[in-house]
Each structure stands twice: as C-alpha cells, then as structure tokens.
Design a binder for this molecule. Structure first.
Ligand code: ZN
Length: 175
C-alpha cells in the first residue's frame, strides 16, 4: 500500500506495460488514431473558419438572397379593403368601437369560451352598431368570427373553419 507516495509503478501499470509489449500493433493503432483525430479536428476547424469568412465576406449578398427567397405565409383572413367589415362605413365602425371601449373598458375575458388572453374584442350583437352599450359583448377573435357567421352577419371565409355550430345554423336558415 502507500501507492500515492511511492515512485514504484502500480501492479496495474506493470501489467499494462507487459500487455503492450505483447501487442505492439495496439500501440501502433492508438498512435494512428490520435494522429487521425488531431488532423480531423484541424480540418473541421479550418472548414468552420472558411465558412465564417465566406459568410462575412458575402454577408450582404447572402442576406439579400435570403430576403428574395422569402415567401410570406398566405393570409388566412382578408385584411384592409378586402375585409368584409371594411366595405361601407368603416370609419363609423372604428368610431363606435372606440366609443364602446371608452365606456365599457378593455374586454377582460371571452363571454363564450372564457379565454382571458389573446385578441379580445367587443362584438356587436346584430351589426347595427347602435350606441347601446348592451348591444356589445366580449368575445375573443375566434368566438367573434364564429358568432358572426352563426348569426349570418358575415360569410364564412372557409366553411370547414367555421365549425359544426355554424354549419348547423346555416342548415336551419335554409327554406
Ligand atoms: Zn372565445
């Protein structure tokens, strides 16, 4: 015992020395492995350096090409003049919503699904947009859309997205 202080090689070290002497091909293999490992590491490092140099030297062109290739995600809902609410009296629509918000505050949860986050809106019950505070209910964007479609206040943009409730409602309204 007392290995830590002794200069004598351990039993295991002596065994390994003997073992390596009996298997010279192993030492050769180990040396080659180390050489390969180092040269591969150098190759990898050089490749990374070349790539980053290439990027910094051609940054503007690369970024421009990326920008040119970019295709925006197709919009699910029309906006601006394409939007059904835009046609007609959109100034009145915006003004009445500002009025509702002023008197009833910012909606805090959806009256249909109870959701408290995301886009919450004051929905007009019949799209007459009267200055009657009880005509406005809090709905999230999804329930608002569904409500309007169900009430026949706006066409379904995509019938499959309108859901079962609105499909039932549409069937009911058929003569
Ligand atoms: Zn909702």
């Amino acid at each position: 015992m007392g290995r830590a202080n002794s200069k004598e090689p351990s039993e295991h070290a002596l065994y390994m020395r003997k073992w390596r002497a009996m298997h010279p091909e192993y030492s050769e293999y180990q040396k080659q492995y180390q050489r390969d490992y180092l040269s591969n590491a150098l190759r990898r490092e050089a490749a990374t350096r070349r790539a980053s140099e290439y990027y910094y030297n051609n940054k503007e062109r690369i970024l421009k090409e990326q920008k040119d290739r970019y295709v925006p995600h197709p919009r699910q809902h029309p906006t601006g003049a394409e939007h059904p609410m835009w046609a007609g009296d959109d100034a009145k629509y915006a003004a009445i919503h500002a009025w509702v918000r002023r008197y009833k505050g910012t909606p805090s949860s959806c009256e249909h699904c109870g959701r408290k986050s995301g886009r919450l809106q004051w929905a007009n019950k019949d799209h007459e947009y009267r200055r009657l505070l009880e005509d406005y209910i809090r709905l999230c964007a999804k329930c608002h859309y569904r409500y309007d479609v169900d009430q026949g206040l706006r066409p379904a943009m995509d019938p499959s997205a309108a859901g079962r409730a609105s499909q039932k409602a549409r069937k009911k309204r058929l003569p």
